[in-house]
Design a protein around this ligand. Structure first.
Ligand code: NAD
Length: 495
């Protein structure tokens, strides 16, 4: 039997297995072999984790640590992630099949979130209120919410966790993390760094296991104040309604079917590169995938041919090899889902211009690969244009003019992101104004930053991550009235 690397949870500052005594295996998407295992936690473990986080929030060193102290801890954590970037990147590649080149870039960038929100920790200000009452002094304070549950998906475990963890801790909350059952290892590895950075016991805790069991138990736990969720919109809706029953704070980062729009006046070379990175980065397993490529009819044939040629050159292979350009799909279940959507596209009458199945190369046979696939002549009514596939499948849709491009782009239940490729400055602004999405990129795609708010319109989510305002998602306002009068007047004598 192959040796499995074992990763443990941390609860209350200690390594923690589970009360079930059972384990969940992580399978390497390139080799198809199990390589690691994590505890399969149950509801009792949820109870232990939430109690630890609640205790750390209410008593001990964390609530008495001043905001600058929290900032220092976050900056130290950023340094440790930078130090261990390669190690964490390698774990995540084995766990979810993303390219080592992308993961190294991501891990070297993640510290910026800890530095940025660490810097914000002691800039959370209340205000003195003007008053219409005499002898009263009133002011506001921004206070943390309490125990925050962070639930993350499999496609970018550490990055999407960081987007929650950094502002939640900067604001003074404590956290219980529930990573995806398919990709828990990098999160558990990060816990060692959180301990090394010096965060007090119980400030950050993890529970690994199935979403339907422990995810739901975390959301409904009475001592959890907020759920910060990234995942699919069906799960997001379940989390939202459960949280509503218990009146909890929620942020939801959900799916997308983002349009990437190429006008005839664009620099076509750049637009083609933008189309490729929009859909084939991370094998299309990103919420911001530009999965609908809208191309103006006068350049439709030329752009389609060039996108197909570019995609054909992609080197599929071992994601741990720095030269690989497209890696496998993270889970076998997802690979089957993507292949099923390709069948649906064919059945709907879309023309398959490239790919359309598993690659035939023998060295890829063990991995969960799907060829970069491009459908032409797609109508926006087809399921492949309406539903999130979350794989390397591009639908090219023609349009005549700006009005039609806007109509097609906005004709979606989602509104996460949009790309616009044009040399016309007026058109850049007109499109940016008209598109119903949380992010619009003009002549670029996939740019994100710790400084820039990120989130969805419509079914793509609620709330924003990143940027200064994101910290407000983890704070609540308290208004304090101080009576400075000599005495309290007689309440039966109304003035
Ligand atoms: P998912 O919704 O299946 O799972 C997400 C997380 O929720 C996992 O940790 C899972 O265990 C947990 N979960 C499942 N059922 C639960 C329940 N009833 N209560 C609480 N938690 C539960 O999503 P996934 O398949 O892991 O990830 C892919 C999806 O995530 C895609 O739809 C993608 O678009 C979306 N996503 C969105 C963003 C964004 O920022 N908008 C980023 C990445 C991924």
């Amino acid at each position: 039997m192959t040796h499995l690397t074992r990763f443990l949870n941390q609860i209350g500052g200690r390594p923690y297995e589970s009360t079930t005594g059972r384990w969940l295996r992580s399978t390497n998407p390139f080799t198809g072999q199990d390589w690691a295992e994590v505890p399969l936690c149950g509801k009792d473990d949820v109870e232990t984790a939430v109690e630890a986080a609640h205790l750390a929030f209410t008593r001990g060193p964390w609530p008495s640590l001043n905001p600058s102290g929290r900032g220092k801890l976050l900056r130290r954590l950023g340094d440790l992630v930078a130090r261990d970037a390669e190690k964490l990147a390698t774990i995540e590649v084995k766990d979810n099949g993303k390219l080592i080149a992308e993961m190294l870039g991501q891990l070297r960038y993640i510290p910026e979130w800890f530095y940025y929100f660490g810097g914000l920790a002691d800039k959370i200000e209340g205000g003195v209120l003007p008053s219409d009452k005499t002898d009263v002094f009133a002011f506001t304070k921004q206070e943390p919410l309490g125990v925050v549950v962070a639930i993350t998906p499999w496609n970018s475990p550490l990055l999407l966790l960081t987007w929650k963890l950094a502002p939640a801790l900067a604001a003074g909350n404590t956290v219980v993390i529930k990573p995806s059952e398919f990709t828990s290892c990098s999160t558990l590895a990060l816990m060692d760094l959180i301990k090394e950075a010096g965060f007090p016991n119980g400030v950050v805790n993890t529970v690994t296991g199935l979403g339907s069991e422990i995810g739901a138990a975390l959301v409904e736990h009475p001592k959890v104040a907020k759920v910060a969720f990234t995942g699919g919109d069906t799960t997001g809706a379940a989390v939202y309604s459960e949280a509503a029953r218990h009146i909890k704070h929620v942020t939801l980062e959900l799916g997308g079917k983002s349009p990437n729009i190429i006008f005839a006046d664009a620099k076509i070379d750049d637009a083609v590169k933008g189309a490729i990175s929009g859909i084939f980065a991370a094998s299309g397993q990103t919420c911001i995938a530009g999965s609908r490529l809208l191309v103006q009819r006068s350049v439709y044939d030329e752009v389609s041919a060039r996108v197909v040629d570019f995609a054909r050159s992609a080197r599929l292979g071992n994601p741990l090899d720095g030269a690989t350009q497209v890696g496998p799909i993270t889970t076998q279940q997802q690979q089957e889902k993507v292949l099923h959507y390709i069948d649906i596209g064919r059945g709907e009458g879309a023309r398959c211009l490239l790919g359309g199945g598993r690659p035939s190369a023998p060295e890829l046979a063990q991995g969960w690969f799907v060829e970069p696939t491009i459908f032409g002549d797609v109508s926006n009514n087809m399921r492949i244009a309406r539903e999130e596939i979350f794989g390397p499948v591009l639908s090219i849709i023609p349009f005549e003019d700006e009005v039609e491009a806007i109509a097609i782009a906005n004709d979606s239940i989602y509104g996460l992101a949009c790309g616009v490729w044009t040399s016309n400055i007026r058109r850049s602004f007109a499109m940016a104004n008209a598109i119903r999405a949380g992010t619009v990129w003009v002549n670029t795609y996939r740019a994100v930053s710790f400084m820039a708010p990120f989130g969805g319109y419509k079914k793509s989510g609620i709330g924003r991550e990143n940027g200064q305002a994101a910290i407000n998602e983890y704070l609540q306002t308290k208004c304090i009235w101080i009576n400075l009068g000599e005495s309290v007047p007689n309440p039966f004598v109304l003035r």
